[in-house]
Structure formats: C-alpha cells, structure tokens
Design a protein around this ligand. Structure first.
Ligand code: AP5
Ligand code: MG
Ligand code: ZN
Length: 234
C-alpha cells in the first residue's frame, strides 16, 4: 500500500518551490500548502480582519508574525485532504516556526519524510521573479522566458483569457527585502533540520523537470519505494 507523503520545500524567493509543489501534486496525488498563497487569499478576503495588516507585511517583504502563521498551518493540516500527505511550500520560515511544527506534528502523530532545500543563486532568483506571472483563474505559474504560455493571452491549463496577474511583491525593492529576510530568518532553519538528520539538498538551478526528478530521487532512493504514488492515468 502507498504511504502518505509529507515533505517540506525550503528555498529562497523564486527558487521554484511553488512550481515543484504543483508538479508533484499533479503527478503524485498529494496536496500542496503554500503559506504565501494562503496569505494572498486572506488579503483578497474583505471579511478577514487581518487582511490589511498582512498586505502591508507581504509588500514589505517581511514575515507575517509566527503566531498567526503557525495557527493557520495547524488548522490547515487538520483538513481531511491532508490525510493522503502534504507538501509544505514556504513553511516553516523561521526557527520558531520549525520548532512549533515539530511540536505540532508530534501532537498530531504525523512524521515527516523529507525536508528538501532548493539551492539557487541570488542573480537567478531575481531573473525568475521578474519574469513570473500566474493565471488568476487556476493558479498555473508561467515565466516570460522559461515557461511562456503557448498562446500569449490564454492559460495553457484552464484556457482562461486575459487572466494573467503579477504579484505586487515582485517589484525590485520588495524582492531585495524578501531575499534579505530569507538569508537572515529562514536560512537558520537549515542547520535545525540538518541536526535532525532530515535535510536533503537539490540543485534548483537545473531545468524544471530535472529538479522534479532530483526531488523524487531524494524521496525514493530505492526502487519500489512506496512514498511516491504512480502518476494518475488519463
Ligand atoms: P511566498 O509566496 O512563499 O513567496 P517566496 O518564498 O518569496 O517564494 P516565491 O513564491 O516568490 O517563489 P517560488 O519558490 O514559489 O518560485 P516559483 O515556483 O514561483 O511568500 C510570500 C510572502 O508571504 C512572504 O514574503 C511573507 O511575507 C509571507 N509568508 C509566506 N510564508 C510565510 C511564513 N511561513 N511565515 C511568515 N510569512 C510568510 O518560480 C519562480 C519563477 O521561476 C516562475 O516564473 C517559474 O515559472 C520559474 N521557474 C521555476 N523553476 C524554474 C526552473 N527550474 N528553471 C527556470 N525557471 C523556473
Ligand atoms: Mg511560491
Ligand atoms: Zn489557468
């Protein structure tokens, strides 16, 4: 029987966390949870009392307070769609979040399979972020140079027309701040997971499909491993 897959993707802004989470979700029937996406949804929600505050933090490239983020993830992991496993994209992002996640998973009786770090040079990150856009309807991600849609005005995935959007935190100033935040607050979680013997590193500079293959190899180093579900047919 296939075992649920539970993993964390860690990487700087633009490393390809969202891209890989989406590819792995589609291929292996596991849910992807992006704290960035959850926060952007809250910003759009006129009934969210913290929406305005979260928008200011996102646009400054800082971290949303740990307390809010940790509670949001704990509630998300209790949803039924996480039973079959999950990929965390963008959480944890501080040592306090990593410690809280360890405690939370113990309490929920969940064991992580892997913590995967995606390494990409800072110069490349800026190029990736400045060319990125997303389908506002289905969330499919694109890039002006690395992944243009076949029809420049329509989404390959859902066919929506004129629905492409660019993120408000993808401007040069905020990207600089997001990179600084990554190096000062998020990178310190790498030694935390190294000490736990869980950290695996992949080369995020490679082409998208090659990065996916590296992650799959890390998850299933042995043939016949039951962590990776066969691709869905059809
Ligand atoms: P979040 O949404 O997580 O942003 P991020 O970490 O800055 O990462 P990105 O989404 O920008 O990049 P990505 O790694 O997903 O790259 P992508 O796949 O799109 O967080 C946003 C904000 O929310 C934070 O700044 C913070 O304020 C807040 N937040 C989130 N989590 C938080 C937490 N835990 N605690 C507190 N605050 C939190 O790829 C980028 C582009 O490159 C795309 O165009 C893609 O097509 C292209 N690309 C991808 N892979 C490749 C490849 N291999 N080759 C060529 N091009 C590629
Ligand atoms: Mg992302
Ligand atoms: Zn779409």
């Amino acid at each position: 029987m296939t075992q649920p897959l539970r993993m964390i993707l860690i990487g700087p802004p633009g490393a390809g966390k969202g891209t890989q989470a989406r590819l792995l979700t589609e291929k292996h029937n596991v849910v992807a949870i992006s704290t960035g996406d959850l926060f952007r949804a809250r910003v759009k929600d006129p009934n969210d009392p913290l929406g305005g505050e979260i928008r200011q933090i996102l646009d400054a490239g800082k971290l949303v307070p740990d307390e809010i983020t940790i509670r949001m993830i704990s509630e998300r992991l209790d949803q039924p769609d996480c039973k079959n496993g999950f990929i965390l994209d963008g959480f944890p992002r501080s040592v306090a979040q990593a410690e809280a996640l360890e405690k939370m998973l113990k309490e929920k009786g969940i064991k992580l399979d892997a913590v995967v770090q995606m390494e990409v040079d800072d110069d490349k990150l800026v190029e990736r972020i400045s060319g990125r856009f997303t389908c506002g309807k289905c969330g499919e991600g694109y890039h002006d140079k690395f992944k243009p849609p076949h029809d420049p005005a329509a989404c390959d995935s859902c066919g929506a027309e004129d629905s492409f959007t660019r993120r408000s935190d993808d401007n040069a100033e905020t990207v600089r701040s997001r990179l600084e935040t990554y190096h000062s607050q998020t990178a310190p979680i790498l030694p935390f997971y190294e000490r736990l013997g869980m950290l695996k590193t992949v080369d995020g500079m490679a082409e998208m499909a090659a990065v996916t293959a590296q992650i799959e190899a890390v998850l299933c180093p042995n043939k016949g491993c039951d962590k990776i579900q066969p691709p869905k047919m059809g």
